[in-house]
Ligand binder design. Structure first.
Ligand code: PLP
Length: 265
């Protein structure tokens, strides 16, 4: 079994680290991950023979690693392979983060808990659903998402947050909807997966996000609902009022009524 644990470094399920459950586990250190080296990853192998072969494939199909350990007197090509090694520079960047793995983990936990606490009221009012923490899982706080009522709300909120310079994103298109999958295995209907994918909005979360930025995001999300919950008549009233105050200085100047009226922005 090959376990795709791309985002799961330092996360556990039933006491076992993700990536260590299958015969082979794969981690990603792409720059969107909790621990990053720009591009790159790691394979965790639970079988000695497979591990020996992986070492050769990683080194362009040679037994160079054995040579460096002094186990053979020269190295040669013994299998297929390619240059799968990360550069020392990239590895050093990652190593610095792995040395601080728990402090990075705790930082992300604080961001995650702040979002969860700050947005709890909206969940209580049934406007959205927050991520669920499973009893037997230890999360690594890779992402924080909102599950919204429908995809219109998701895109509307995304657009609204963007006007404040807040980057929220929708999640991946489900794999069974990818062109490759559909060409290989045919179209499938998975309504729950598609429903969640359509309604899910991810909020900013990264190792350098400050708590004041997190609180700013929370404030704007709450504002979004304060406004969208207003009855239509109140919204129309507000719109007319705002338009009136914006246009007032302009019309007054044209008529020569109020001179040098300040722009009410
Ligand atoms: C579930 C999953 N698998 C694999 C990958 C690919 O990782 P990489 O870009 O390091 O190859 C990703 C990337 O985000 C992922 O989310």
């Amino acid at each position: 079994m090959i376990e795709d644990a791309a985002q799961a470094v330092n996360a556990k399920y039933k006491g076992r680290y993700l990536g260590t459950i299958g015969h082979i586990g794969c981690y990603s250190f792409h720059d969107t991950k909790n621990y990053s080296m720009g591009e790159g990853g790691a394979i965790l192998i639970n079988d000695l023979e497979m591990s020996k072969r992986a070492e050769v494939i990683r080194e362009k199909g040679t037994n160079r690693s054995q040579f460096f350990r002094g186990e053979i007197d020269k190295y040669s090509w013994v299998d297929i392979g390619s240059s799968y090694l990360p550069s020392e520079i990239n590895a050093a960047l990652l190593y610095g983060q792995l040395e601080r793995i728990e402090s990075i983990h705790n930082k992300r936990k604080t961001i995650y808990d702040t979002y969860a606490q700050g947005l709890k009221d909206l969940e209580n009012e049934n406007l959205l659903r927050l991520p669920i923490a499973l009893d037997n899982a230890k999360t690594n706080y890779h992402m924080f998402y909102l599950l919204l009522k429908d995809s219109e709300t998701k895109f509307d909120l995304l657009k609204y947050l963007k006007t404040y310079g807040i980057q929220s994103t929708f999640h991946y298109i489900p794999l069974h909807k990818s062109t490759y999958y559909e060409n290989q295995y045919g179209a499938k209907d998975l309504p729950i997966t598609e429903g969640c994918s359509g309604r899910l909005l991810r909020l900013p979360i990264h190792n350098s996000l400050s708590l004041s930025e997190v609180n700013f995001v929370i404030k704007k999300i709450k504002k979004y609902w304060e406004y969208s919950m207003l009855p239509k008549r109140v919204k129309a009233y507000l719109l007319v009022h705002v338009a009136f105050f914006y246009l007032l200085p302009f019309t007054s100047n044209v008529k020569g009524g109020i001179k040098n009226a300040p722009l009410l922005i």
